[in-house]
Design a protein around this ligand. Structure first.
Ligand code: HEC
Ligand code: HEC
Ligand code: HEC
Ligand code: HEC
Ligand code: HEC
Length: 176
């Protein structure tokens, strides 16, 4: 009796652990949208170590809806001046891939980390003009080797801050 009980308990323990592990892996992909990017672009190197300003690459935050990501041409404009990185494909495989995109005149299709549904209206400009720092919504991106969501951009998250900062909360503010 006692032995059977512990075998069942052990099986239960194993399945709970396995389910937990699967859940952890899957939720990591759903919550953080952790999919490998076509090039392992590193914010900690560009924005962190090299201190390239966020807006140098994401100019759209000042006008329009999309923060935008630089084109291959813009990446290459800086990287072509650094042939040392190209001579070391073992250490910098991503730079060699970048060169291949440039030569093939192929755009890089990045996976989106943050994505709102189409019925939601969001503009960077309004928020940036109010002096809200990138870190408030995106976390310390300059320290991230891979960008992850600092906040899941749910309606509750938007509305909570709007209430705190006396910004409009009527439905039509954010929904068309
Ligand atoms: C204004 C200059 C500049 C721009 C623009 C720029 N980079 Fe870089 N990038 C650098 C520098 C400097 C390094 C070297 C970092 C180091 O080793 O400290 C680097 C390193 C890299 C690496 C190597 C990282 C590694 O560890 O393998 C990759 C890959 C890369 N960049 C891709 C890109 C892509 C893709 C873009 C465009 C979206 C881009 N870079 C735009 C300056 C730039
Ligand atoms: C050298 C160019 C460059 C600089 C500088 C840079 N970024 Fe980026 N950023 C990119 C590229 C390329 C991507 C797309 C690939 C990725 O997600 O890593 C990106 C993606 C992002 C994303 C995820 C967007 C999404 O939803 O997919 C955020 C958020 C972001 N950057 C914020 C910042 C912030 C904040 C800074 C300054 C601390 C910064 N970036 C500096 C090039 C840059
Ligand atoms: C009030 C919160 C907030 C602030 C402040 C903010 N962002 Fe965002 N950001 C978002 C949301 C929400 C999205 C998703 C937008 C979408 O899917 O339409 C986003 C998307 C992005 C993207 C994805 C690319 C794109 O074109 O949509 C980048 C890059 C980005 N932000 C960079 C920045 C940078 C750089 C700053 C600071 C100058 C900044 N953000 C400030 C909330 C914010
Ligand atoms: C950290 C605080 C904060 C967060 C998070 C935030 N907002 Fe805002 N938002 C503001 C403030 C403050 C304003 C008012 C700007 C002004 O009127 O000058 C604003 C203004 C706006 C406006 C323009 C309103 C108007 O009529 O001019 C829209 C649209 C908007 N936010 C959508 C969103 C959406 C969608 C999200 C979530 C994805 C979001 N915001 C998240 C602080 C925030
Ligand atoms: C400050 C911005 C903001 C305001 C104000 C706002 N919403 Fe939203 N709403 C969002 C965002 C962002 C999403 C998408 C993310 C999510 O589903 O949580 C969303 C999603 C929704 C959805 C879809 C939910 C789903 O499960 O797909 C409905 C319905 C909705 N909102 C209704 C409303 C109504 C009704 C009001 C007014 C009482 C309102 N919203 C006000 C930002 C806002």
């Amino acid at each position: 009796m006692k032995a059977r009980f512990s075998v069942q308990f052990l099986l239960l323990l194993i399945s709970v652990t396995a389910l937990g592990y699967i859940g952890w892996v899957v939720s990591d992909q759903i919550v953080y949208r952790q999919r490998a990017q076509p090039i392992p672009f590193r914010h900690d190197m560009h924005a962190g170590k090299r201190k390239i300003a966020c807006v140098y690459c994401h100019r759209g935050v000042y006008q329009g809806y999309q923060a935008g990501v630089p084109s291959v041409r813009e990446c290459w404009a800086c990287h072509r001046a650094m042939p040392k990185l190209l001579k070391d494909p073992k250490k910098y495989p991503g730079v060699t891939t970048l060169q291949q995109y440039w030569e093939a005149k192929k755009p890089i299709v990045w996976w989106k980390v943050y994505q709102l549904p189409d019925h939601v209206h969001f503009q960077h400009e309004t928020h940036v003009a109010r002096g809200i720092a990138c870190t408030v919504c995106h976390g310390d991106v300059a320290a991230m080797p891979v960008v992850r969501q600092a906040h899941n951009p749910t309606m509750g998250w938007c509305v909570t801050c709007h209430r705190q900062q006396h910004a409009p909360v009527s439905c039509s503010t954010c929904h068309y």
